[in-house]
Design a protein around this ligand. Sequence first.
Ligand SMILES: NC(=O)c1ccc[n+]([C@@H]2O[C@H](COP(=O)([O-])OP(=O)(O)OC[C@H]3O[C@@H](n4cnc5c(N)ncnc54)[C@H](OP(=O)(O)O)[C@@H]3O)[C@@H](O)[C@H]2O)c1
Length: 278
Amino acid sequence: MRYADDPRQIGQDLNHGVHRAMTKKTGRLEGKVAIVTGSSRGIGKAIAEAFAREGASVVIASRKPEGVHAAAEEIQSAGFEAAGIPCHVGKIDDCKALVASTLDRYGKIDILVNNAATNPYFGPMQGLSIEAFRKTFEVNVEGPFTLTREVVAHLQERRAGGSIINTSSVLGLMASPLQGVYGMTKAALISMTKTLAKELGQTGIRVNALAPGIVETRFASALVDNDEIRESILEKAAIKRVGVPEDIAGGAVYLASDEASYLTGHVLVIDGGWTLGG
Ligand SMILES: NC(=O)c1ccc[n+]([C@@H]2O[C@H](COP(=O)([O-])OP(=O)(O)OC[C@H]3O[C@@H](n4cnc5c(N)ncnc54)[C@H](OP(=O)(O)O)[C@@H]3O)[C@@H](O)[C@H]2O)c1
């Protein structure tokens, strides 16, 4: 008997996921509906494109309507299913409207990627204004918290499981001088991920986090466009290049798919070995 044929060894609930992963010819996310925040460019866009290629219907959600609709149209014109719904994740009403509009359009939600974030202050903690502190927490923590609760309420009602993915950062795992409050919010997301994973495990809803290293996007342009900083990043990394959004998207597809059906509360570090030390 092959290992995957023996439900006693892989667990009855997981049997379904493992078999699907082994026998499915195409589309690891076929039939799924996914919301990806911060997806008009950068890492979120790469995740949305990868999900669409795997068969999911994806909702592109960022603040600026033109960016949201352009990204959705790009995916549609490649022959995949996408919709653009503008949303500022720092606004609770926007978060609730995003979930409601997605349900109106697709009738269900299976996957939520809390990817949008802000980092308005660069400098020592002592110089941080309380306004910048609050804004960073509003967008990076309160938004994902609100969206997660809205989506989880729907998932629990449907009793169909689901996957929540929070884009944290390697800076949520270590000291982040000059980006202190950003690091605090990313550490909070990891804490939220682990607690929700524990609370929701029995319902089949999995909650995991991505922790990217330095990835070439507009968000990181101040770091990667500076030759000196770029060199120091590469010096610390095991893989001698800066990450690209697609490096992170592969991890997101895995976390969203049935291939990860026994994985919850995990922080998937994708950083080219940057945090290995040594
Ligand atoms: N790049 C890196 O090196 C790196 C490393 C570790 C972690 N990360 C994390 O990866 C995630 C994505 O970053 P990125 O590098 O891909 O950034 P990016 O290329 O600058 O893209 C950011 C996206 O988020 C949207 N956005 C910004 N504020 C928003 C808000 N309040 N509500 C909704 N959408 C918002 C932007 O569109 P609008 O401007 O239209 O809203 C855009 O679509 C973030 O969580 C970031 O912390 C990035």
